[in-house]
Design a protein around this ligand. Structure first.
Ligand code: FAD
Length: 476
């Protein structure tokens, strides 16, 4: 679980004053902004990044830090067979036929190169795991705070600069071109002129009003994400006529426990993918636990009280991995976030489920595994098509209270493969680029684990490079 408040500016190339005029102006200090800044600086531009809060990192530093790449050294080291073609097929399948194939191609064409580029800056990846939507294990964990520090430091050596507490309020347009940004700093509004602007302001996972308006299905969901995830970039670009896609597909993530830990902003756990069953307040299963955690999230939101439990045994607990937050069960137990009991009956009593129901649920689940009968909810695997079901039969037994939380919004601005923002008619808004969570079209109707940070890095780099090639021929 990552409760990082953000990446403090100390030691980074932070500017005290706002510059008047820059080459590439990047809005937002998460992974997309950091990648765009470095790419623009590498292309020889004077690049400046504005961050509205006092620390960098947004949702990026609160995340589980998993990036989806295929064909990496870490995968080879673990003997994992994967390929760009398999990644592409998975992305198209997960996107449910709605994702933009040009953006999926862009991700696939640039992912390995961007992974190597990140590693050259000093980003390090740990043990690779399979996760939602992946037919080969390809979730590459990294320390996102260290990763951003590395990118900002590299950008700084190339002359790029960062400014904190600088909130972009409006895009400034002149003769159909975006020529800068109106910025609020210390209560004052100032204009910063730029040859090109990259919007990398993240999504709107923390804005209840925007969620109510555009994703009402998330009414009972918990909210997380960086404190700056309030949809500013969407609003600024909409004002200039930008298009938006994938709004109907905002989904929450299963496995979070906020009720008694309201400050917890990190990831939940997904014991279901190691063998747990998910039960509702009555003690009944309600979903095939191997489906993507967004789909479990939807099913959980539909249960009474929008609240359910992941129930598992000692065999699952033994697989606890403190390097992977979603599988870090042991630290959850230490933090007092699990109910523990010697028998399923005792566990049921602790959870307050209806007498005998949880016991019957577990007995029926175990019996079907032992007898080889199909699962009535369709569960054949642990996660996706990987692993086989295991009985819940080895004490002690555990239960983790689990809600659904909006971590990211996935939908967003329409862009072309150079990350130019397109208006509602599909025409580029001149000199306006976007990257990261603020961009739509790539995920389509579903989400593969690791593709949000992956998208931020890959598309951020594309945006920064493309923005850097805008000619500085404006007459201001
Ligand atoms: C708990 C959690 C776990 C997650 N785990 C994963 C994971 O393992 N893998 C994965 O792929 N994705 C994960 N995600 C999603 C992922 O972290 C984000 O989608 C991704 O990091 C977004 O990057 P970004 O750079 O686009 O936005 P952010 O990292 O949110 O950065 C945007 C920045 O812009 C700033 N900003 C906003 N408005 C303005 C403005 N007007 N002016 C200036 N600055 C502004 C914000 O303050 C913020 O710092 C997770 C998210 C959460 C919350």
């Amino acid at each position: 679980m990552n409760t990082e408040p953000g990446l403090a500016p100390a030691g980074l190339p932070v500017e005290r004053e706002l510059p008047d005029q820059v080459g590439v102006l990047v809005l937002g200090g998460g992974m997309a902004g950091a990648a765009a800044l470095l790419a623009a600086a590498e292309a020889g531009q004077f690049a400046v990044l504005l961050e509205k809060t006092e620390a960098f990192g947004g949702s990026t530093v609160r995340s589980a830090g998993l990036s989806a790449f295929a064909g990496t050294e870490e995968q080879a080291h673990q003997g994992i067979e994967d390929s760009v073609e398999l990644l592409r097929r998975d992305l198209i399948a997960v996107g449910g036929g709605v994702s933009d194939p040009a953006l999926v191609d862009l991700y696939c064409a640039n992912q390995l190169d961007t992974y190597r580029w990140l590693k050259r800056q000093g980003v390090q990846y740990g043990h690779i795991h399979a996760a939602s939507g992946q037919s080969a294990p390809r979730s590459h964990p990294c320390d996102t705070t260290a990763a951003l520090r590395a990118l900002f430091t590299s950008a700084g050596t190339l002359g790029a600069r960062l400014v904190t507490n600088a909130r972009a309020r409006r895009l400034v347009r002149q003769d159909a071109r975006v020529v800068g940004v109106e910025v609020e700093r210390n209560g004052e509004l100032t204009q910063v002129r730029a040859d090109a602007v990259v919007v990398a302001t993240g999504g709107f996972s923390r804005d209840r009003k925007m969620l109510q308006r555009y994703a009402p299905q998330m009414r009972d969901a918990l909210l997380a994400g960086g404190p700056g995830s309030s949809g500013d970039g969407l609003l600024m670009a909409w004002q200039l006529g930008a298009g938006v896609v994938d709004l109907p597909y905002v989904k929450g993530t299963y496995g979070h426990y906020f009720e008694e830990h309201p400050d917890e902003d990190g990831t939940g756990i997904l014991a279901v993918y190691k063998g747990a069953i998910a039960v509702n307040a009555a003690g009944q299963r309600f979903v095939d636990e191997s489906v993507p955690y967004k789909a479990i999230g939807d099913a959980s939101l539909a249960q009474p009280g929008a609240w359910t439990w992941q129930v598992f045994d000692a065999k699952v607990m033994q697989q606890s991995d403190d390097e992977v937050p979603i599988y870090d069960f042991a630290n959850r137990e230490r933090a007092g976030m699990l109910q523990v009991a010697g028998t399923v009956g005792e566990l049921a009593a602790r959870l307050g489920t209806e007498p005998g129901v949880l016991e019957a649920t577990v007995a029926a689940y175990n019996h079907r595994i032992d007898s080889g009968e199909p699962d009535p909810l369709g569960r054949a695997h642990l996660s996706g098509g990987v692993g086989t079901r295991v009985p819940v039969d080895t004490p002690p037994f555990y239960a983790h209270p689990s809600g659904t939380v909006v971590l990211a919004t996935y939908c967003g601005l329409t862009v072309d493969p150079s990350m130019r923002v397109l208006d509602v008619f599909g025409e580029p808004i001149e000199r306006l680029y976007a990257a990261g969570e603020v961009v739509g079209g790539f995920h389509g109707a579903g989400y593969m684990t690791g593709t949000s940070i992956g998208k931020a890095a890959i598309f951020g780099r594309v945006a920064g490079t493309a923005a850097a090639h805008e000619k500085s021929d404006l007459s201001w």
